[in-house]
Design a protein around this ligand. Structure first.
Ligand code: UT7
Length: 329
């Protein structure tokens, strides 16, 4: 068994910025309502008929590789956490080809807003058991493509983006991925989903075919779920590592709602000065939100060597989970 640590990060967002005032031209809402209930002021939206999640994922990945002057050919594995691929069979292989990581195995991981946490944990297993040395983990989503822009209860929330991290094998002493705690409650999968709806039935062989709907969400229930379950996951994870909440340097939660972020921190008695948040600028970017905020916090030199970062994702599935990282670069 060996250690694993995050070597570099990168991120990318589309150019088009849509603020709350623009949204209030489309649905009955206001900047005041959105800011008060969510903390979101604006979000980025991918435009261009030929653009997809792959473009954002590639850009974020290249930025991460460039930071450590690593050749894409040194990547052994690519995990693309996304719920908005441009191909139902997966988009990771397109990323592999476009960035020239020709030696890497590549696959998608679908776990909505928990996708990045699950992908980091998966990558760490491959590294710790000695299978791979360099893993590129990407969280990327373009939920604007699955948003009903006439539904005010959801269209105010989501934005598009991508974040990438390179995780590398290292000595046990330098291990940066200290532990994790993951959960799924499939009984509540209907609380947040992009359901597939069967439509016409083929008369000859009785096959039903249909299409995917827009995002469906029970906001109140998802809110309650996040505020009650996420602190427990963090607490269990820290307890298993014998780390007290007082020793946490940074709390980086999936960027869904500023009120959720503060409520979770309060339940853990973690001071608001330790929160990493950029939700106001990007909204909820699903699997991208954590690596996007991590990259930004690193760029602004917030995170220092040996800092303890508690990262939690939560969302559709329902899935939720925590990974505790010690910054080792
Ligand atoms: O990434 C996955 C995780 N997703 C989440 O974490 C989302 C969690 N949920 C939330 O963030 C919140 O539930 C929302 C921000 C989605 C909604 O906030 P809320 O405080 O739970 O509002 P609500 O759904 O209880 O609605 C309150 C009122 C309703 O009116 P009535 O029934 O009280 O008359 C809504 O119709 O606000 C109304 N409303 C709006 N008003 C203005 C709902 N959406 C809007 C809107 N603008 N955009």
């Amino acid at each position: 068994m060996q250690g694993a640590r995050i070597l570099a990060t990168g991120s990318a967002v589309p150019e088009l910025c849509v603020n709350n005032f623009k949204i209030s031209e489309m649905v009955e809402t206001s900047d005041d309502w959105i800011v008060t209930r969510t903390g979101i002021k604006e979000r980025r939206v991918l435009t261009g008929i030929d653009k997809s999640v792959v473009d954002l994922a590639c850009l974020a990945s290249i930025k991460a590789l460039d930071k450590v002057s690593m050749s894409p050919l040194d990547i052994d594995l690519i995990i693309l956490a996304t719920s908005s691929p441009n191909d139902l069979f997966g988009s990771a292989s397109q990323v592999q080809a476009q960035i020239g990581a020709n030696k890497a195995v590549a696959f998608d991981l679908t776990a909505a807003c928990s996708g990045f946490v699950l992908a980091v944990v998966t990558a760490a297993q491959f590294i710790e058991n000695g299978s791979y040395k360099n893993v590129l983990v990407i969280g990327a989503d373009v939920l604007s493509k699955w948003t009903n822009w006439l539904d005010r209860s959801t269209c105010i929330l989501f934005g598009d983006g991508a974040g990438a991290v390179i995780i590398q094998a290292c000595s046990k002493d330098d291990n940066g991925i200290l532990g994790f705690q993951l959960n799924t409650d499939g009984e509540k999968s209907d609380q947040l989903s992009i359901p597939y709806r069967n439509k016409a039935k083929n008369k000859t062989i009785s096959i039903c075919q249909g299409e995917f709907d827009f995002i469906q969400m029970n906001g109140r229930e998802v809110y309650k779920f996040a505020v009650s379950k996420v602190p427990l996951s963090i607490f269990k994870c820290l307890q298993s590592l014998c780390i007290s909440t007082e020793d946490v340097s940074w709390l980086l939660l999936h960027q869904a709602n500023e009120r959720i972020i503060h409520a979770v921190a309060e339940r853990l008695s973690i001071h608001s000065s330790k929160l990493i948040s950029n939700l106001h600028k990007y909204g909820n970017t699903s699997a991208a939100s954590i690596p996007l905020a991590l990259d930004e916090a690193l760029s602004s030199n917030k995170i220092k060597y040996n800092d303890l970062i508690v990262i939690s994702g939560f969302g559709a599935g329902l899935t939720w989970g925590t990974v505790v990282i010690q910054w080792k670069c």
